[in-house]
Design a protein around this ligand. Structure first.
Ligand code: BES
Ligand code: MN
Ligand code: MN
Length: 452
């Protein structure tokens, strides 16, 4: 029995996951380059130990990709599992209650960077393989592609996919890198937002100035940058960049009604975040604001003096990192262009402005009428006793749209995290229950998918 196997091996499963979580595979930080590779090697070894016929660490121009496979019978359907072993930087470190790369269990949750996003969720798939392999009950072929650059834009993964179409041949993609609504209300993600990530630099005088000697006579780049950012969203919470909404798919009233039927408690939401009110685009609910509407947010802003005490300075420059989350049918490259053009148009003549584009990604929708979605739904029904609700997540996994474009494959987003797991934040955690139920649900998925 699958459940029994998981119960019997729970401690080992967790201790193996802890070993993976101890490797600080921060893809954004070049000082961790060797650690990122170490995590790749670890995944490879564990795939082989779980029964994969083949597992390799494939070099790219950036961090490596782990490819593995277990081909039972070429005539059976093949599932391609995608995930990432890289993690976000752990800072701010002082806000962690325990060190980010020393996993600990508290209240039945594993606390560590990557516990949920995405090492914990990737590891469920490796243990599902182990179980099916050990029990001689693997009803499909499985391929694994676990990358190390998801958190920095998956640049080299796109190239790898384009160059390895034959190797990656499959019937469907399976990803656990999203969230369920709650343990009481399991869900399957059917929509992800896209992304355009920009950097804006505003330069004023050729050097930092005394804010008394020059203040009032020379434009302050921080003030100017703030003015410009302020003008990007109007009083109704709408983004003012011309053309920004042109391609946004508007949902029908029925679709919006269905979306808002998902269980959501606004008071709980506010309480969890310690906020008095939510804020967003007028005329849309919170679920709609994160699920089906595009947004613009400043992710970081700096300039001038930020050290201890006070220094009177009129800085020479100011910089902001700004992200836009996109929805169907917006196109990341087009939005990047509209943003750049608009920022240049609104920049006052007393400053110089430089706009740079970072990574981006396209929004994605996955079908609910496919065999694979049905198999995932049946798996949840079997293991959780409930039919999962189709839901739309606000985050981005750019490779999903690319899989469709390059391989012609649909994805099933069978994630098991919770929005409250604090991914990308201090004290990221992952419920042990989510982890163990996830493994069981994945095994059930293969069983149901093979029957379709
Ligand atoms: N796993 C997340 C995306 C996610 C989180 C989807 C929660 C749905 C629910 C992924 O690792 C991530 O963080 N993606 C980045 C995009 C990437 C291009 C840096 C994101 O959404 O910011
Ligand atoms: Mn992720
Ligand atoms: Mn992430």
């Amino acid at each position: 029995m699958v459940k029994q196997y998981i119960t019997d091996n729970k401690d080992r499963f967790l201790s193996e996951l802890f070993d993976l979580l101890r490797i600080p595979s921060v893809s954004a930080d070049s000082r961790h380059k060797a650690d990122v590779r170490k995590a790749a090697e670890f995944i490879k070894e564990k795939l082989l130990a779980a029964g994969a016929d083949l597992a390799e660490v494939k070099d790219t121009a950036g961090h490596p990709i782990v490819y593995g496979e277990k081909i039972v019978d070429p005539k059976l359907p093949t599932v391609l599992v995608y995930g990432h072993y890289d993690v976000q930087p752990p800072d701010p470190l002082d806000l962690w209650n325990s060190p980010p790369f020393e996993p600990v269990v508290k209240d039945e949750k594993v606390y560590a960077r990557g516990s949920c996003d995405d090492k914990g969720q990737v590891y469920m798939h490796i243990k599902a393989l182990e179980i099916m392999n050990k029990q001689g009950d693997l009803p499909c072929n499985i391929k694994f592609m676990i990358e190390g650059e998801e958190e920095v834009g998956s640049d080299n993964l796109g190239k790898f996919v384009k160059a390895n179409k034959e190797l990656l041949k499959a019937n469907v993609i399976l990803i656990s890198d999203t969230a369920i609504i709650s343990l009481e209300h399991p869900s399957i993600t059917v929509g992800l937002r896209g992304l355009s990530y920009m950097e804006v630099e505003v330069v004023g005088p050729n050097r930092d100035l005394h804010s008394g000697v020059y203040g009032g006579a020379v434009a302050n780049p921080i003030n100017v940058l703030c003015d410009m950012i302020h003008s990007l969203i109007d009083e109704n919470g709408r983004i003012t960049i011309p053309g920004f909404y042109d391609k946004v798919a508007e949902l029908t009233d029925e679709e919006r009604k269905a979306l808002n039927k998902a269980p959501f408690d606004l008071d709980e939401y506010k309480k969890d975040l310690d906020i008095n009110e939510v804020k967003g685009e007028k005329g849309f609910t919170t679920l709609e604001r994160t699920g089906i509407r595009p947004t613009l947010d400043v992710n970081g802003i700096w300039g001038g003096y930020t050290g201890e005490g006070a220094k009177t300075v009129l800085p020479s420059k100011a910089t902001a990192k700004i992200s836009m989350r996109l929805v169907p049918n917006q196109v990341s490259g087009e939005i990047t262009e509209l943003f750049t053009k608009h920022i240049k148009a609104i920049a006052p003549s007393y400053v110089k402005v430089k706009v740079t584009a970072h990574h981006g990604g396209e929004p994605a929708m996955t079908p609910t009428d496919s065999d694979a979605y049905q198999a995932a739904s049946d798996a949840f029904k079997e293991v959780w006793g409930k039919t999962p609700i189709p839901s739309r997540d606000g985050g981005s996994i750019p490779i999903v749209a690319l899989f469709k474009k390059e391989l012609g494959l649909d994805t099933v987003l069978m994630g098991f995290g919770l929005d409250s797991d604090a991914i990308h934040s201090p004290n990221e955690h992952y419920g042990i229950k989510n982890f163990l139920l996830g493994i069981e649900t994945i095994v059930a998925f293969y069983k149901h998918y093979a029957k379709k």
